[in-house]
Design a binder for this molecule. Sequence first.
Ligand SMILES: NC(=O)c1ccc[n+]([C@@H]2O[C@H](COP(=O)([O-])OP(=O)(O)OC[C@H]3O[C@@H](n4cnc5c(N)ncnc54)[C@H](O)[C@@H]3O)[C@@H](O)[C@H]2O)c1
Length: 337
Amino acid sequence: MTATMLAGRLDVAKGAFAVEEVPVPAPGPGEVLIKVEAAGVCLSDVHLIEGMLKPLYLKGDKVTLGHEVAGTVHTLGEGVTGTAVGDRVLLQAGETRDGVVHTRGVDYDGGWAEYALATATTLVPIPDELPFEQACFIPDAVSTPWAAITATGAVRPAEAVGVWGVGGLGAHGVQLLRAIGAFPIVAVDPLPAARERALAFGADAALDPADPGFAGLLREATGGRPLSVAFDFAGVAPVREQAMATLGEHGRLVLVGLTNKPLTVTNGTLVSYLRQQIRGHYGSEGQDVVDLVNLVRGGRLEFSRSVSGTFPLAEAARAVEALEHKEGDPIRLVLKP
Ligand SMILES: NC(=O)c1ccc[n+]([C@@H]2O[C@H](COP(=O)([O-])OP(=O)(O)OC[C@H]3O[C@@H](n4cnc5c(N)ncnc54)[C@H](O)[C@@H]3O)[C@@H](O)[C@H]2O)c1
């Protein structure tokens, strides 16, 4: 192994991202060095580079991005048990340190690198038949919608749901809502390709948010029922207002997409009268990721359609640009060191 490696580093203060040569880190007690095989590119990485999203607990000015990571165990730090060199694993997207959640690739160095450090407890073994490219994004692009649907949104079978934004998170959101029996599932996205894939992933209807007949088309899609749960998987302010207006009694608006724009409730009396709720959502629990890997192992879920393209790590900036501008209508773009 060489002493240095490539890593995609963000200078948070300057908002400057570049792939640089840095020393390969050594695992401390309880840590493992992972040889990264695949790492996902999330819109949150774009938000970080743009400065909309700021690390809360980062020590220093620079961080290696990448919270969606899969690879093999390369070196064990002192005292690590329960894993062996060569094991195929994915990494949880964060961990609790000093009582607060730290996010990988945000608050500490992540996996847009040839090698990454991980606390041993954040390793999740993956089956041989699950390619690294499909495993890497389970800890966010799949587990975040999973937790938003099953925990924060508490969707019950046969509830009518809306999914705003059918990108990396939303496409899996549709797939998971289908798996748990929500009905109908109405997807909303301005991109025609995103609406097409929503239907392919199990949505019952797919609408353009700018369609002047939106409200009528939604009523048609649900047979006149208001939505029980609306998910913002887009991170775009107008989505929230539009989604809020579609909810019925006890309706829940779940905010997964991230934006710092003000949240406007246009009819507060109705929200009170219908006892509606706006619920923020972040990430998932470790067990969610383990459960999802088990569902893949058991043949209940598979993500081969989700990998829209791969880029060499050295071209990470190109991948970020491609996601930001939706070049090739990506679901997930994956970096390969
Ligand atoms: N809360 C969390 O834990 C968490 C975790 C990961 C990502 N995120 C956030 O979730 C959001 C989505 O991330 P992603 O990687 O899936 O992004 P993405 O770029 O892959 O997908 C976003 C989708 O939203 C669509 N969209 C844009 N405007 C819309 C509108 N007006 N109505 C409906 N859809 C619209 C886009 O066309 C695109 O298909 C981002 O804001 C990201 O930061 C949150």
